[in-house]
Design a protein around this ligand. Structure first.
Ligand code: ADP
Ligand code: YYY
Length: 642
């Protein structure tokens, strides 16, 4: 499985141009296909879900073309009748394609089979099928009753009258019915059974139908009337707004990462309900500014977001972003009335609770709500994304909480926002790392500590971790058993307290510097499982305002994104002399010839091992210190820090 490591970020600021809204894109494509005349669709979202809709329309005989120069799509409407009356359609996990196409095809007098990915076959559609059956549609379940896949037959469509549909599971059923109703040509009344959820999505539907010439009247949110004798007419050109749900991640980044972050493509005039995310975060103390076509967010003056207790039924998708923002708040937060999360790309209530807990967050899960208690400190975790784009995008924000985060299967963002992580990186700044690698006694430790002090950065002596594992292995007499050494590395009970190094509470500051320990360190360092066990431990040193890290693989493996990489070296003779002096000063036994020999051996072993070998990377600056004093080496490095 692919994974993406996001380093801890120190701040977020900048501007992002949003991709087109998924909800608007797929509605517009279907309406343009059903309309009279050609429609030019501008700023259409290009993603998996819109690909599924475009493919389906082509299979149904709808002509469409993408203009390479402008990116606009030209769709030739079929005036309510799909030319192809017999087809198999695969719709992936695109609910915004599956539901409306089911309704439109059920009323079009053909034979169709609709299927999707396994998760699509777990997402309920029975309420829509029941409503369409009242109109005489012939739909059968070819898998489990109430769920896709479906087989649609010709049916005997009864025009007119009143149809009822449940509104409390997914508002997409009502959307599908509304969009298909004009195909009957007769006035239809639609009654909603139960409390309609996600009302703003119905507003998008009504708004877009009106743009295509069909005006629906409604009495509250309970009864809708689609007039008879009307057909969809192309508006000519139509522009898709930026995706308001996608905007939420960047606005949240501005809120928790200082800001300001501006999103372009949605604003005050948006028809998408999720723009009300802006109002929601204002209640957390976020400074929000709205323009006609943009929104900007910056963090509260005192830096800490206020805890919240909100009914989020009106912004179900953007509400997921609030669940992650809760981690940044000054107290427990309550997200209410979000039952629809359970039937989305995954059971989002369960998924959100499980993944937040991995970070050390206390979460209470209810049927239709979540309570999130922010911890004092987060830990690194690898986040599972459940083939759900929003899980991946939401959890990227954790990198603004002072820890790195790993996103499993990051490509799931292709569903709505293929370039999400590039956009996220463009507005965030990672905690800077200066990586200094090199062989033993090249001076890395001395130089790194001095540079860290000068910059006020944290300092990581990664070799000391390998030396600690070596000492633990010597003490446990486990040196020859790689699995046992790896287990010691995993549990390593080491502490760094006021310049002293403790192992299981005992001061081993000097003990780990012995040549025996160095030789064992070089051996245990060649065990891949030991390196894996120490990886996150090393990365956890990356904290604001920055880190200077020294070792063998700082630039290659542990901090490959470090903006500054140096490779320190010196001749074997120079290094043996330095090490000899150093050991003598510490009162440890030493012999210059055996030191020289041991150094060469260790260089060879560190450079020849299969994992993370010692080497100069092409992007590292070479510092040859044989003829440099310590001050000269420090100055050489400092002057080259970008
Ligand atoms: N450029 C230099 N010239 C002379 N001595 C140096 C230089 N850099 C480091 N030393 C000394 O060499 C010894 C080993 O340096 P250290 O920083 O521990 O190396 P490393 O971390 O690469 O093993 C220390 O006693 C240090 O004071
Ligand atoms: N990032 C690192 C740091 C050290 N090691 C290994 C290589 C060395 O043989 C041992 C001890 O490292 P250390 O930097 O303390 O050794 P020197 O002081 O350079 O002799 O650990 C490593 O493999 N990767």
């Amino acid at each position: 499985m692919e994974t993406l490591d996001l380093p801890p970020m120190i701040r977020a600021a900048g501007t992002v141009r949003l991709p087109g809204s998924k909800s608007i894109s797929n509605r517009v494509l279907l309406l343009a296909a059903l309309a009279d005349g050609q429609t030019r669709v501008h700023d259409l979202l290009r993603s998996d879900d819109t690909e599924r809709m475009l493919e389906a329309l082509r299979t149904l005989g709808v002509n469409w073309q993408c203009d390479a120069a402008s990116g606009a799509y030209r769709v030739d409407g079929v005036a309510g009748r799909f030319p192809v009356t017999e087809a198999d359609l695969f719709l992936g996990n695109a609910g915004t394609a599956f539901r409306p196409l089911t309704a439109a095809l059920a009323l079009s007098g053909g034979n169709y089979r609709l299927s999707g990915v396994p998760r699509m076959h777990e997402r309920p559609i029975g309420d829509l099928v029941d409503a369409l059956s009242q109109l005489g549609a012939a739909i059968t379940y070819t898998g489990n009753a109430g769920y896709p896949p479906l087989s649609i037959g010709k049916g005997a469509i009864r025009a007119g009258g009143t149809v009822s549909v449940r509104g409390d599971v997914s508002s997409q059923f009502l959307t599908a019915l509304l969009m298909a109703a004009p195909l009957t040509g007769v006035e239809i009344h639609i009654e909603v059974v139960g409390e309609l959820i996600s009302k703003p999505y119905i507003e998008i539907t009504l708004n877009l139908m009106a743009r295509f010439g069909v005006t629906v009247t409604r009495e509250g949110w309970q009864r809708f009337t689609v007039p008879g004798g009307v057909r969809y007419r192309s508006p000519g050109d139509i522009h898709v707004e930026g995706d308001a749900s996608s905007a939420s991640y960047f606005l949240a980044a501005g809120a928790v990462g200082g800001g300001p972050v501006r999103v372009e493509g949605v604003g005050r005039d948006s028809i998408q309900g999720d723009v009300r995310f802006a109002e929601a975060i204002a209640q957390l103390g976020v400074e929000v500014t709205l323009g006609d076509t943009w929104i900007e967010a910056r963090g509260p003056a005192d830096g800490r977001l206020k805890a919240f207790d909100m009914d989020l039924n009106h912004i179900p998708d953007a509400a997921m972003t609030l669940a992650v923002m809760a981690v940044f708040c000054d107290g427990p937060c309550h997200l209410r009335n979000i039952a629809s999360w359970r039937v989305k790309e995954t059971d989002r209530i369960a998924a959100m609770a499980t993944e937040l807990r991995k970070l050390g967050v206390e979460v209470e899960e209810f049927d239709d709500a979540l309570r999130v208690v922010p911890p004092t400190e987060l830990r690194h975790a690898a986040i599972d994304t459940y083939d759900d784009h929003r899980m991946a995008m939401c959890f990227s924000l954790i990198s603004l909480a002072g820890v790195g985060v790993t996103i499993n299967d990051p490509a799931c963002v292709n569903k709505t926002f293929p370039v999400y992580f590039d956009a996220y990186r463009s507005i965030t700044e990672a905690v800077p790392v200066i990586a200094i690698d090199g062989p033993s006694a090249s001076g890395k430790g001395t130089v790194a500590a001095r540079v860290a002090e000068a910059l006020g950065y944290h300092y990581l002596d990664s070799g000391s971790l390998y030396r600690l594992v070596a000492l633990a292995a010597i003490q446990a007499d486990a040196g020859d058993d790689p699995a046992a050494v790896a287990a010691l590395a995993e549990a390593l009970p080491a502490e760094f307290v006021g310049g002293r190094i403790l192992l299981s509470g005992a001061d081993v500051t000097d003990a780990i510097r012995s040549e025996d320990c160095a030789a064992m360190a070089s051996k245990v360092a060649a065990i891949p499982a030991v390196r894996d066990a120490l990886l996150e431990r090393q990365r956890a040193y990356r904290r604001a305002p920055g880190l200077v890290a020294e070792g063998r693989d700082m630039g290659s493996v542990v901090f490959p994104d470090a903006a500054n990489k140096f490779f320190l070296t010196a001749s074997v003779t120079a290094r043996a002399e330095r090490r000899y002096k150093q050991l003598m000063e510490k009162g440890l036994p030493a012999n210059i010839d055996s030191l020289s020999e041991e150094l060469s051996l260790r260089d060879a072993r560190d450079a020849a091992r299969s994992v993370a070998p010692l080497m100069k990377l092409p992007d590292a600056i070479l510092v040859e210190t044989s003829d440099m004093s310590i001050d000269e080496a420090v100055r050489f490095v400092t002057e080259r820090i970008a």
